[in-house]
Design a protein around this ligand. Structure first.
Ligand code: NI
Length: 227
């Protein structure tokens, strides 16, 4: 499932991010790429352990914790500390699949990348190109979202970023290890949760069928979650 999550960050937060990132120590993006993807990757990235990455990354993690749509869709077990990248002057990232396992720099932890996320920090009118193109069984989906919005997609997907021919495309990106590893199971739980929330509005909290269906959701989650 490819999901757009609106307003993960407020306008004020995006403005703060842009101010901090304007003077941040951008370096070559190849540092976190695997062997195959390094050849395809042409962008700038903030060092993982720099002050700016940590400070802004913590704000992203806090925002995710409060975001019910993200929680329901990702069922996160671990979130990789958010990274930041910038594409400008023709910068692009050719088609690739993200590495399956990522060591978390500076810690003994690794995460399995079940979901990939891009949180847009520049508005679409600030740059040309820079589309995130994600392939799934329905074909290729081209994505450019307003600043503060985020796209979540299965890390198993082939994807690329097309060349930025004007301005700069600035974003945060990271991965999520989900409690539910399988995209099909996770999507089913998400659809069910969304329907239950709509149903609750219509029939109220005490409807016996709603209570029973809510139980089914939790029992499926109990069956599929790996902690
Ligand atoms: Ni990627």
């Amino acid at each position: 499932m490819i999901l757009s999550i609106p307003d993960v960050l407020s306008h004020q937060q995006v403005a703060h991010f842009r101010q901090v990132l304007a003077t941040a120590p951008w370096g070559d993006g190849k540092v976190t790429a695997g062997y195959q993807s390094a050849r395809a990757k042409h962008n700038l990235q903030l060092p993982e352990l720099c002050e700016e990455s940590r400070q802004l990354g913590d704000i992203v993690l806090e925002a995710l914790n409060r975001n019910l749509l993200f929680m329901s869709a990702a069922l996160p077990q671990r979130v990789f500390p958010p990274l930041f990248n910038k594409y400008e002057g023709g910068g692009s990232f050719g088609i690739h699949v993200d590495n399956a396992i990522r060591p978390v720099t500076g810690t003994p932890h690794r995460i399995r990348t079940d979901l990939s996320a891009t949180l847009f920090l520049a508005n679409p009118d600030e740059y040309d190109g820079g589309e995130l193109v994600i392939e799934d069984t329905y074909g290729a989906h081209s994505i450019r979202l307003p600043a503060g919005h985020m796209v979540l997609y299965p890390s198993t997907s082939l994807h690329k970023v097309t060349p930025v021919t004007r301005g700069a495309r600035i974003a945060s990106f990271f991965w999520i290890q989900s409690m539910v590893r399988d995209d099909g199971e996770r999507t089913l739980l998400f659809d069910m949760d969304m329907s239950l929330q709509r149903l609750r509005q219509q029939v109220g909290d005490d409807d016996p069928a709603l209570i029973s269906l809510t139980g089914c959701y939790h029992n499926l989650l109990r069956r599929w979650a790996m902690l």
